[in-house]
Design a protein. Structure first.
Length: 163
């Protein structure tokens, strides 16, 4: 079930209707569906300026945001949250690079940076809070690399990169 993102203030009825929230298995299926939809764009480097790429990118980005909203409202456990974040992060990392190097219609770098920071932040928090979950080694490496790059770009900010 793919749902559009809506701001919490405008959508407070969800709190009163838990049946509108998708359970973890449905969130997993939704993320898989969205990523498959996006991954259908082979050779993204050359097609990033096409309206089809932009439409798909904006659709997937919005719907992944709605997944995170449902995840937060349900207060999923650490293992489930880590699993969802590790599925979403490659999309945000890839589109961050691709859309910054080319003109991608509808791409908002501030919003995208915020969403990437939000995903990494939640992943990191849940990983540290969990006594049973372990990070995928690739995700751990990417997180450390991302923090080092951000630290070198924003050298005036102190950053903790211990994972």
């Amino acid at each position: 079930m793919v749902k559009e993102y809506s701001r919490s203030a405008a959508d407070t009825h969800k709190c009163n209707k838990p049946e509108l929230l998708r359970p973890f298995p449905v969130l997993m299926q939704t993320v898989d569906y969205l990523l498959n939809l996006f991954n259908g764009h082979k050779d993204r480097q050359q097609r990033v300026t096409s309206s089809n790429f932009s439409s798909t990118f904006l659709f997937v980005s919005d719907r992944l945001r709605a997944v995170r909203q449902d995840m937060i409202m349900q207060n999923l456990n650490s293992t489930q949250t880590i699993t969802l974040m590790e599925k979403m992060l490659p999309f945000y990392l890839e589109t961050d690079g691709v859309c910054k190097m080319a003109t991608c219609f509808g791409y908002n770098s501030k919003l995208h940076d915020f969403q990437l920071e939000e995903c990494f932040g939640r992943w990191y928090e849940e990983l540290n809070a969990s006594t049973t979950s372990q990070a995928d080694p690739t995700s751990r490496f990417v997180y450390i690399s991302w923090k080092v790059i951000r630290r070198s770009v924003f050298s005036h900010q102190k950053s903790d990169i211990v994972v």
